[in-house]
Design a binder for this molecule. Structure first.
Ligand code: ZN
Length: 92
């Protein structure tokens, strides 16, 4: 990554992710940004940030991944060990 994080300051979800109101619903800002740049997000996919910052909305830091584990647990040490679900999401 070659650019600095852009920290969202306008609102967050209960989980601490960047959020905004759109069409009367609360949506993840990073999902909106991803779709604006790349098109619709495939079903069952989630948008994560490479930098591990939940409030980062720099499109250069975002990537698609499968849901099923916490956001960048290796970077954010708070989620080490017991809080990480190691279940393979493809197994279910
Ligand atoms: Zn970032």
């Amino acid at each position: 990554m070659s650019t600095e994080c852009e920290i969202w300051t306008k609102g967050t979800t209960g989980g601490g992710f960047s959020a905004m109101k759109k069409g009367g619903r609360t949506v993840y800002v990073r999902r909106v940004l991803w779709e604006a740049r790349h098109g619709p997000i495939p079903e069952q996919m989630t948008v994560r940030s490479r930098c591990g910052n939940r409030l980062c909305v720099n499109p250069d830091h975002l990537y698609l991944d499968r849901p099923g584990c916490l956001d960048a647990p290796k970077i954010d040490g708070r989620f080490a060990k017991k809080d990480v679900d190691r279940t393979d999401p493809r197994a279910s």
